[in-house]
Design a protein around this ligand. Structure first.
Ligand SMILES: [Zn+2]
Length: 253
């Protein structure tokens, strides 16, 4: 695999799902992953969320330093938790995943979009975390964040590169933070239980509002999908190559 102008070393060519322990540069690809360790390391260093030691909120001033949430395909909050460490540690994400998966039928396949999906996937396999859920989970990276990842990482974790994500962007949490941010000035000086109570009320209210507007949301999604389909068909008609050739090129990435 050749790529110019990227920090990542090119991994040994391998087909999807094939375990390639070493590439020509001595880089390694862990079993179950398709991205070489050098790329994962670079991704880990370039993201604040991946650095659990990065102090985002000083813990000595606040009992809770933030909120982490899992939202569904329709951007409704499924579960959220208080953070109490100064940085964003990975165990928060694993806890939310465990809480969500425990409520779902065992045969479901669940896609998880996260800012640092590559790091979570790597950690889960490396430390054998959530082994009961891992066969049912597909990881990807939310679209606004994926361009900050290494090129090799984007090939495997960009939701537009997979065939299960549709037009999902995985940025529902950003909308949630936008809806909650007006509470920050007051909650900073509120007591612990008061904080939880207000957050609970506000999230319940947001879910009620979104549920009542679910039809509008669906209509917007269908319109967006139709526009994408129209543009894709226009571009496709201008390309002379066959579908088979283009699919083969896509797989070759
Ligand atoms: Zn990455």
């Amino acid at each position: 695999m050749q790529h110019e102008g990227n920090n990542a070393k090119a991994p040994r060519r391998s087909k999807k799902g094939e375990y390639a322990p070493h590439d020509d540069h001595g880089d390694t690809i862990e079993p179950g992953l398709q991205v070489p360790n050098s790329s994962l390391d670079s991704c880990g260093k370039s993201f604040v969320a991946a650095d659990g030691n990065r102090i985002k909120t000083p813990g000595d001033h606040f009992s809770d330093t933030g909120v982490i949430a899992a939202v569904c395909r329709h951007d409704h909050v499924i579960v959220y938790a208080s953070m109490w460490t100064p940085g964003e540690q990975q165990f928060y994400a694993f806890t939310l995943i465990d809480a969500v998966m425990a409520e779902l039928p065992e045969h479901w396949r669940v896609g998880i979009l996260y800012d640092i999906g590559c790091q979570i996937h790597h950690s889960a396999l490396k430390w054998d975390l959530l082994p009961q859920w891992m066969p049912h989970i597909i990881f990807a990276i939310s679209v606004f964040h994926v361009y900050g990842h290494q090129w090799v990482c984007q090939l495997w974790y960009h939701p537009r590169k997979g065939d299960v994500w549709g037009l999902m962007d995985g940025e529902g949490c950003e909308c949630l933070w936008s809806d909650l941010r007006h509470l920050i000035p007051n909650l900073c000086v509120s007591g612990y239980h008061c904080q939880l109570f207000i957050l609970d009320l506000q999230i319940e209210h947001l879910d009620d509002v979104k549920l009542s507007q679910a039809g509008i949301w669906l209509e917007r999604c269908v319109k967006s999908m139709m526009e994408c389909l129209f543009l894709a068909q226009q571009k496709r008609s201008a390309i002379i190559y066959s579908d088979e050739y283009l699919r083969a090129q896509f797989e070759e990435q």
